[in-house]
Design a protein around this ligand. Structure first.
Ligand SMILES: [Zn+2]
Length: 481
């Protein structure tokens, strides 16, 4: 298992100055190496249709890749001897970051998702330095941690390091309120828990929204604390006071610090809320199904501020990490139709964002809109292709849950049973059931079954279908939701 612990550092003036100096050197190195790559890229490419047949070619240079740039660090150290004061692996990590930023831009990550063009880092924008070498346990002595080339640093050990874990890497991060050290820990002996398959009784569905942060399929609701909205007034005052200060002055620097601390407070509050909500969900010991959110898309709309204040992305990240530790799953499902479809019968009930309740005209189900969506999300995660009609006997005050019918969904491929020539044909019937305690089966998508099922159903007299005739027909290959 790999995990990270972060501790606050209590540095001396001298150590602070050293770290600041290293950060600045790393920033310059980063910018220089980035520029090196950009210029090679610019000089060594030309469009096929814009290049003249005979043209002067300058001598081709080696492409600056990771290893080339790493070797070239020797020259940096020759030209600027202050680079010799840095641990060499810290400097090499800067090159690795350039490589990663560049690759993400040109090639994309493992999912093929490309990032934007890397940017040069302005002053103070390079905030962390890495120590990529494993630390031995004797390097930590009480509250002191020994790092290469800087010596012993005092840290606030607010919680002990877990037993049996090895320190793989360390990184010093400069934040608005001081310096922190992040230790990446690993213990190979901790087994990875294998999650069991999600089923109806071991999964909870959550619908995330702007009205409430999340709504579970058990009807629980967690409010959005709106930390940013609450802090906005104070932030506004601080920002105004900052902009009144003369540029480059000490008072401005102090004002900038105040603003960044206020922002940090908000983000810490939000993170805390996310951890607590994730813990609350996972303490039930069930898999959590959520919608696959298009956060970037929503954040471009008028709802941007509220979206960022809710911070779903961070929450889902925390949720998936914490779920993995607990041997559970965080399942993302396709959000199409989760709020429109009825969780009782699967019928589509169109509604706008302002309609807060779901009232199904077909089966009479009346629920909160988010509650309905949460149930749908759960069904999708469990693997129901169409939302399954459900029997819920428990009475919730003011809420009626009635399952009056079974949805029969049939897809016939090239077999055109009705003879109208359509090659693919899909339909759904709702069969009223006499016995309310009917059972349902997972769908098996077999065309032959669908066709025979349809044929059988067409033979039946209209009206009620008894439970017995349904089960005797469907047997092992039910096509009933
Ligand atoms: Zn319905």
């Amino acid at each position: 298992m790999r995990t990270a612990y972060q501790y606050r550092l209590r540095l001396t003036r001298q150590q602070q100055a050293t770290i600041d100096c290293w950060l600045e050197l790393c920033r310059r190195q980063y910018n220089y190496r980035l520029a090196e790559r950009f210029s090679w890229y610019e000089q060594n490419r030309c469009d096929v249709n814009a290049c003249s047949l005979v043209c002067h070619l300058s001598e081709l240079k080696d492409r600056p890749d990771f290893y080339w740039q790493k070797r070239d660090l020797v020259n940096s150290k020759k030209l600027f001897p202050e680079y010799k004061d840095l641990p060499s692996h810290t400097l090499q990590d800067v090159i690795a970051r350039v490589e990663k930023a560049f690759d993400r831009w040109l090639r994309g990550d493992s999912n093929g998702k490309r990032s934007g063009k890397p940017r040069f880092k302005g002053q103070g924008r390079f905030r962390s330095i890495a120590f990529p070498d494993p630390l031995k346990l004797e390097h930590i002595n009480g509250r002191f941690i020994q790092l290469p080339k800087i010596g012993k640093l005092k840290m606030i050990l607010h919680r002990p390091l877990p037993d049996g874990f090895k320190i793989k890497t360390a990184a010093i991060v400069k934040k608005a309120d001081g310096y922190y050290i992040t230790l990446s820990l690993q213990d190979a002996t901790v087994p990875v828990l294998a999650p069991d398959t999600p089923e109806l009784d071991n999964t909870i569905g959550i619908d995330m929204g702007l009205k409430s942060f999340l709504f579970t399929d058990a009807g629980e609701e967690i409010e959005i604390p709106q930390h940013y909205r609450k802090a906005e007034k104070r932030l506004k005052r601080l920002q105004r006071s900052q902009s009144r200060k003369k540029k480059g002055s000490n008072r401005r620097k102090k004002a900038i610090k105040r603003v960044s601390k206020a922002h940090m407070l908000v983000s810490n509050q939000r993170k805390d809320f996310h951890y607590k909500s994730a813990k609350k969900l996972l303490s039930q010991g069930k898999h959590v199904a959520h919608e696959k959110l298009n956060i970037k898309g929503i954040a471009r709309t008028r709802l941007a501020k509220s979206t960022h204040d809710a911070g779903w992305g961070q929450f889902l990240q925390i949720l998936s990490i914490k779920a993995e530790r607990a041997g559970l799953l965080a399942i993302a499902v396709n959000p199409n139709g989760t709020s429109q479809n009825c969780s009782g019968c699967g019928a589509k009930v169109p509604k706008e964002l302002k309609d807060r309740t779901h009232a199904c005209p077909k089966c009479g189900l009346t629920l909160d809109r988010d509650y309905n969506a949460a149930i749908n999300i759960k069904y999708l995660a469990v693997g129901h292709s169409v939302n399954k009609a459900q029997v819920t006997s428990d009475a919730i005050a003011g809420v009626t849950l009635v399952a009056r019918s079974v949805c029969l969904s049939i897809r016939v491929g090239s077999m055109s049973l009705l003879g109208d020539g359509r090659s693919s044909w899909r339909s759904r019937w709702r069969i009223p059931i006499a016995d309310r305690k009917c059972w349902w089966r997972r769908s098996t998508h077999k065309r032959a079954d669908a066709a025979s099922c349809l044929y059988w159903w067409l033979q039946q007299p209209r009206g009620f279908v008894s439970r017995d005739s349904l089960s005797s027909f469907c047997g092992s290959s039910a096509y009933i939701h």
